[in-house]
Design a protein around this ligand. Structure first.
Ligand SMILES: Nc1nc2c(ncn2[C@@H]2O[C@H](COP(=O)(O)OP(=O)(O)O)[C@@H](O)[C@H]2O)c(=O)[nH]1
Ligand SMILES: [Mg+2]
Length: 185
């Protein structure tokens, strides 16, 4: 830990650390989004498919996020569960252009929301309707309808349209998440 870190820790200025689960089907853009939220000099140039999961960090204006970037591939799905208890917030990413798998994403979300470690907690969920730049992408309103987000009554949630390649829409989402998490700290 650097001197500055220690000093800001002592002064109570150190950012609170929050554990975030980043979920969604494979290829939806999870790793690209998390990478884009890091400072420019810490970003990876090429994103490779995530195997199992990886742990990434990024900061917002007042919080330090530790993100468990989960592989969306089916065979790793039972790995996610071990981290549910630790998660204080969820980022759920959807490929808005993947109409065929929208029902699979909906099913995945339903399974998540029914999990005993998630079901009874008011854990905030940020949805990214990602890949908005693609010509056949659905709007965030349409994605929200197809995933029946209005049915989520017991958790704060929010959906943002995003283009993770350009980094558009990401900040708005993180600002929302930061507000929700802080009100629970
Ligand atoms: N056009 C477009 N492609 C994206 C976007 N976000 C991610 N991708 C691409 O989608 C592919 C899968 O991204 P990745 O982050 O590995 O998805 P993950 O499996 O959910 O982690 C990569 O080729 C990314 O470059 C986006 O907003 N728009
Ligand atoms: Mg990935």
């Amino acid at each position: 830990m650097g001197l500055l870190d220690r000093l800001s820790g002592l002064l109570g200025l150190k950012k609170k650390e929050v554990h975030v689960l980043c979920l969604g089907l494979d290829n939806s853009g999870k790793t690209t989004i998390i990478n884009k939220l890091k400072p420019t000099n810490a970003q990876s140039q090429d994103i490779v498919p995530t195997i199992g999961f990886s742990i990434q960090k990024f900061k917002s204006s007042s919080l330090s996020f530790t993100v468990f970037d989960m592989s969306g591939q089916g065979r790793y799905r039972n790995l996610w569960e071990h981290y549910y208890k630790e998660g204080q917030a969820i980022i759920f990413v959807i490929d808005s252009s993947d109409k065929l798998r929208m029902v699979v994403a909906k099913e995945e979300l339903r399974t998540l929301l029914n999990h005993p470690d998630i079901k009874h907690r008011r854990i905030p969920i940020l949805f990214f309707a990602n890949k908005m730049d693609l010509r056949d992408a659905l709007t965030s309103v349409k994605v929200s309808q197809l995933l029946c987000l209005e049915d989520i009554k017991d958790k704060p949630w929010h959906i943002c349209a995003s283009d993770a390649i350009k980094g558009e829409g990401l900040q708005e989402g993180v600002d929302w998440l930061q507000d929700k998490v802080r009100s629970h700290l």
